[in-house]
Design a protein around this ligand. Sequence first.
Ligand SMILES: [Zn+2]
Length: 106
Amino acid sequence: MAIALRTLDDGAWISVNDSREVGVSDVWILEREECCSCPLSYVLLEGFTDVRVDGTHVVAGTVGRCLECGQRVSIERLPVGRVIDGEFERYDPASIPRVRGVVEPL
Ligand SMILES: [Zn+2]
């Protein structure tokens, strides 16, 4: 079963099947180098630019700011959750990407 994904409220929310599931203002822990120079980046999200299904992940384009170094970051592919048996399962922003099951280069 396909799920319906879109951004709402000028990018403040990701809607899944007409339910607001993922919002900005969460701090996501990221490990990627292009984000900023911190070993672990704590990125406060400020807006979603798009959302789509990519393989087993639901990925979003987003912008935010690293709370450690203050650098603004733009992320093309942030995995925010996955779809299992047609149901959306949100990732925990506070778990590191490896724990979220994201092992591919992002
Ligand atoms: Zn940083």
